[in-house]
Every structure is written in structure tokens, then in C-alpha cells.
Ligand binder design. Structure first.
Ligand SMILES: C[S@@+](CC[C@H](N)C(=O)[O-])C[C@H]1O[C@@H](n2cnc3c(N)ncnc32)[C@H](O)[C@@H]1O
Length: 419
């Protein structure tokens, strides 16, 4: 792929994305009433546009029985990921410095899960088609696809800001950060002179504050890829339907339950729409959504309520870091779940013997997960692999190769300063 189609002169942030973990994707499928991919003989997982490969490397350390692949156009990202795995002696992750078109032709396993976080709306239509083509060729029946993307209508107010940034940086000189900085001087001056249109969106509204708080690389990768274009959920759904995949739900857990996000009249209006894609579009308008984490499935089996309930009660959770206690959870089952997890990761089924009914446990699990109080995590993760990668992460702290995360025993990583 021609690197002019993407910003390649500034490396992307190094981060672990928890919604990409197999346990999180399984839980998303379960609460939406679908059977997650089988774990027999391990699983195969692939990230498209994996950046520095932090998520696949850390997941591979925790799951040595499974296979991980990361694909990214930028050789410096792939070098970084390969070096990290070599240092931590991780043998079950492979990385490929290729674009999606070339990667689709690789001789790879068929995957149980394919994920692409923060990629789809930053690449042009041809690369989007290549990405979808890769999924078509490599996703197993019963497998899940995670695609996150910037969406409309939430970004509508920031489109004039983005257009001007692109125009100014295209005419600037120096690397992407230098061009961003000089464009920013004009944007800030225009805002100061009363160009209110540059403050219409959530990003423009807090522009100076966000520029101070976030690294320049974030703005470069957010705004400068020439193809960046937020899309409506209906557009993505129709592209994915073209390869026979169906929507499962959202990896932003609370978005699967209208009662947590919409008032009653809004819920009634949404429910009255017959077409499920239209219902989703209406939700996005009501919530002014700007980012979606959509999960799709290929011929994924639906679950009846009893089977879904049993699997949700058997799912392992940990307490989220940090604990946001702003929403009180007074229900005795919720308090019992939180008390159980205080002692370490566990499945709520352990509480059935205390007289908590399965239905109640499930509704409290979903409420707690929606509020960000608990995270679904691996039932078993490899302590040896986790210790090895943590030793590397500690050794790199304060160096140019720093990755600011720690991998916890449950196979979930948190930002180091959060501890
Ligand atoms: C915004 S970054 C996201 C990185 C990572 N998924 C994350 O969330 O940290 C997008 C990544 O996609 C890669 N990319 C863009 N176009 C690509 C293409 N056509 N083929 C392969 N990788 C591509 C870029 O190199 C970049 O690392």
C-alpha cells in the first residue's frame, strides 16, 4: 500500500485495548444471546491495524495455548511488536508488516476472532474493502469480528475543524507533528477571532485543553490520515452484511441495554422501528454517538435464555481498575458479586449456593459491567507468561520503549499509574 494513504511518519500510541480481549468479546456475545467461539484446542485471534502490537503480545503471554496474529502497514510498529515478544519469550504471536490486501493472501489459520480498533474510518475505501476482504477470507464460521470506528452523527460538529486541519497540514512543511503545530496556531487564532464554527463539536469545544492534555501523536493519527471519514452505523452494517456477517452487539457493554442509556419515551420510539439497523441509527442520533465498538458474527448460533444465563453465571470477572463508585449498587446480589470479586477474579455461579437466583445474578452482572465496575476476564491465564512480560514491561519503564501497562493475573492489562 502507498504509505501516502496513511500517516506513517509518527508512530501510534502503545496501548492495551481491553475490549479486544477474548473474554470481553465472549461476554458481549453472551449478553446479546449468542454462542461465543469454542475454546477447544485454544483459539486463533487476529488484529488488523495492530499498531505496536501491545494488545496481541500481552494476550499471547496470557494464553500460550492460543495463536495470535497482528497485521500493520508500518514496519516500525511490527518491529516493536516482534522485539517485545522476543524479549518476553512469547512464541505464539506472529506479526506481519503488510497492508490488508497483501495480508489477505497470507497462508494464515482461520480465526475465531478478528479485531480492528480505531482503523476502519481512518483508511480509504479501497483499504476498507481490503480489510473486509481479509475478514471474509479468514473468519471461521461461528467467529466474531470487532470493528470500532468514528461515527456520525456525533462527529458532525467537528467536521469543519477537521477539514481545516487537513487543508492546513497538507500545505504545511516538516513532519506531521510540525504541520499539526503550525495548523493549530491558525485554528486557535481563528477561534480567538470568533470563528465559532470551530467550536461546534466536542473536540473543537475543548480544543486548547485537549491539545494540552493529549500527545501530539493522538491528533496526528486522529485527524491527519487523508481518508478519515466518520460513517453511520447503517453504512458499516451494509458493508459487513456484504460478506454475510450479522450484527451481534456492542463491546461498549452498556450500549446493549437501552434502559441504561435512554429515557422511556426514547426507548419507545426506538422500539417502534421494525428494522434493527434503523433502531441502531435512531439510538446513535439520540445519544449523539461518535465512536462505536461493533461486534459481528459469521453464522453464530443463538442461545436460549437458560443457556446464556448459565454461561454468564460461569464467566469469570474481576473488579475494574479504578473502581468508579458514583452509581450505588444496593441490590444484595450486586453487593455479593462485588464482595466476591474483592477477593480476586471469580464467576458469580459461586453465589448460587447462597440463594441468589440465576436471573438476578445475570441482571446484576450486566448492570455492574455496564457501569464499568466489573470486567470479564480469562477463566485461566498463564502465570509464567504473565510474569515474563511484566518483567519486560518493568525493565522498559522510563525508556524510549516504555509501554505504560501491567498485565494482571487474570490476563487483563491496566495502565501502570492506575495501580
Ligand atoms: C489509529 S492506529 C490503531 C492502532 C491500534 N489498533 C490501536 O488501537 O492502538 C491505525 C493503525 O492501522 C494501520 N494501518 C492503516 N492502514 C492500513 C492498511 N491498509 N493495512 C494495514 N495496516 C494499516 C496503521 O499503520 C496504524 O498502526
Amino acid at each position: 500500500m502507498d504509505s501516502a494513504r496513511y500517516v506513517t511518519d509518527v508512530p501510534y500510541a502503545r496501548r492495551f485495548v481491553r475490549e479486544l480481549s477474548p473474554a470481553w468479546l465472549d461476554f458481549t456475545a453472551l449478553i446479546c444471546g449468542f454462542q461465543p467461539p469454542s475454546r477447544e484446542g485454544g483459539f486463533a485471534w487476529c488484529e488488523l491495524g495492530c499498531g505496536h502490537g501491545v494488545t496481541p503480545a500481552l494476550l499471547a503471554a496470557a494464553h500460550p495455548e492460543s495463536r495470535f496474529h497482528g497485521i500493520d502497514l508500518m514496519p516500525q510498529h511490527i518491529d516493536f511488536a516482534e522485539k517485545l515478544c522476543r524479549e518476553a519469550d512469547i512464541a505464539n504471536a506472529q506479526f506481519h508488516a503488510l497492508d490488508f490486501a497483501a495480508a489477505a493472501k497470507l497462508d494464515l489459520p482461520r480465526f475465531d476472532m478478528i479485531v480492528a480498533h480505531g482503523v476502519y474510518t481512518w483508511i480509504d475505501a479501497a483499504a476498507q474493502a481490503d480489510l473486509i476482504g481479509f475478514v471474509d477470507r479468514h473468519l471461521k464460521p461461528g467467529g466474531l469480528l470487532y470493528l470500532s470506528y468514528d461515527c456520525l452523527p456525533g462527529w458532525a460538529g467537528d467536521m469543519p475543524l477537521q477539514h481545516l486541519l487537513q487543508t492546513l497540514t497538507a500545505q504545511g512543511s516538516g513532519d506531521s507533528v510540525a504541520r499539526l503545530d503550525s495548523a493549530d496556531r491558525i485554528i486557535t487564532a481563528l477561534q480567538g477571532l470568533g470563528a465559532e464554527v470551530l467550536r461546534l463539536g466536542a473536540m473543537g469545544h475543548e480544543w486548547e485543553e485537549l491539545r494540552r492534555r493529549l500527545p501530539a501523536g493522538y491528533f496526528v493519527h486522529q485527524f491527519l490520515p487523508p481518508a478519515w471519514k466518520p460513517i453511520y452505523v447503517t453504512e458499516l452494517r451494509s458493508a459487513v452484511a456484504g460478506i454475510g456477517l450479522a450484527p451481534i452487539g456492542s463491546a461498549t457493554i452498556r450500549e446493549n441495554v437501552d434502559a441504561f442509556t435512554l429515557e422511556r419515551p426514547a426507548r419507545e420510539l426506538v422500539a417502534a422501528a421494525v428494522d434493527p439497523d434503523l433502531r441502531e441509527l435512531l439510538r446513535d442520533y439520540l445519544l449523539m454517538k461518535r465512536f462505536r465498538r461493533d461486534v459481528f458474527g459469521r453464522d453464530v448460533a443463538p442461545l436460549d435464555e437458560a443457556a446464556a444465563r448459565a454461561q454468564i453465571c460461569g464467566t469469570t470477572f474481576m473488579l475494574a481498575h479504578p473502581q468508579d463508585t458514583s452509581i450505588p449498587f444496593n441490590h444484595p446480589a450486586a453487593q455479593a458479586i462485588l464482595a466476591l470479586l474483592e477477593k480476586g477474579p471469580a464467576a458469580a455461579i459461586a453465589l448460587a449456593a447462597q440463594g441468589h437466583a440465576g436471573d438476578t445474578l445475570v441482571s446484576q452482572i450486566i448492570a455492574l459491567a455496564s457501569a464499568g465496575r466489573i470486567w470479564p476476564v480469562a477463566a485461566a491465564a498463564d502465570p509464567g507468561g504473565i510474569a515474563r512480560i511484566n518483567a519486560v514491561l518493568r525493565r522498559r519503564a522510563g525508556t524510549a520503549d516504555e509501554i505504560g501497562f501491567t498485565l494482571l493475573p487474570a490476563g487483563m492489562a491496566i495502565e501502570r499509574e492506575e495501580r
